[in-house]
Design a protein around this ligand. Structure first.
Ligand code: FPP
Length: 248
């Protein structure tokens, strides 16, 4: 499925899809493999999904790779994930750059291993002007922390006398988040049957369509994405208004 499936309406594609990549561990357990095997296969699936978004004309995707809560996992798994992120960045950067991928990271990167931070900064700089697809990776990300920091930044500006409290609006708040530009997600996909947001993009998901699938992340291939897009295109997005057909 290199090209957009014929039953998907090109004019009503989501412009931004957010993913919660859940179920790597359970996928591995089902096969009698260690959890890290699930993360490895998850990374392969993710790589093809980035390509798929480009092939099908979806300009932005954002994935939840590591939450502020994930530090509580066994140290070995955390260390494996950090090494995996770094290795993937090194290995895939050239190919992603050639494919026109613009990489961005959301989260408090200062707590990550220094060598990973260096790779991330370089990857963002190298790909900054690319226009094929924007690939946001949330690492050491927590939405409440993101919003708290936005409030702190705005409070500082008020304290310094450069911002009036009455001028604080949705735009000024959005500008302080990790996602200051680009549209909010049109569609959120969470795999593995869990139906919760887990502190992910809470501000940005205000009007997002939510899609939950039983597939474990390492099984979420192009055909599963195709099914999700079909479901999305069945939805009637009203943004709080009445349905178009009924409003006349
Ligand atoms: C959730 O499954 C998955 C993660 C916390 C890690 C996701 C990371 C990858 C897929 C690697 C991608 C790499 C980059 C560079 C973005 P889980 O471990 O919570 O699964 P479980 O719920 O079955 O235990």
């Amino acid at each position: 499925m290199k090209t957009l499936p014929v039953d998907i309406d090109r004019d009503r594609l989501p412009q931004h899809v957010a993913f919660i990549m859940d179920g790597n561990g359970r996928w591995a357990k089902q096969r009698g493999l260690p959890r890290i095997a699930g993360h490895r296969q998850g990374a392969r699936i993710l790589k093809d999904l980035v390509r798929c978004c480009k092939d099908w004309g979806i300009p932005t995707l954002t994935v939840y790779a590591f939450s502020t809560e994930n530090w509580q996992r066994p140290l070995k798994e955390v260390e494996f994930l950090m090494r995996l992120f770094e290795r993937l960045l090194r290995k895939e950067l050239t190919e992603m750059h050639q494919a026109g991928v613009r990489l961005q990271f959301l989260g408090d990167l200062s707590e990550l291993p220094a060598s990973l931070q260096t790779e991330m900064t370089q990857a963002c700089e190298i790909t900054a002007q690319n226009q094929g697809v924007t690939f946001n990776v949330a690492v050491n990300y927590g939405s409440r922390l993101e919003i708290t920091r936005a409030f702190q930044a705005l409070a500082q500006q008020v304290k310094q006398g450069v911002l009036n409290p009455e001028d604080i609006d949705e735009t000024t708040i959005s500008q302080q988040l990790y996602t200051p530009d680009g549209p909010d997600p049109d569609l959120l996909i969470r795999t593995s049957g869990e139906q919760r947001l887990s502190n992910y993009l809470l501000w940005q998901l205000a009007y997002t369509e939510l899609y939950f699938t039983e597939h474990f992340w390492p099984d979420f291939d192009r055909s599963a994405f195709h099914v999700a897009l079909l479901a999305y295109q069945q939805r009637d997005r009203r943004f709080g208004k009445v349905a178009t057909a009924l409003s006349a």
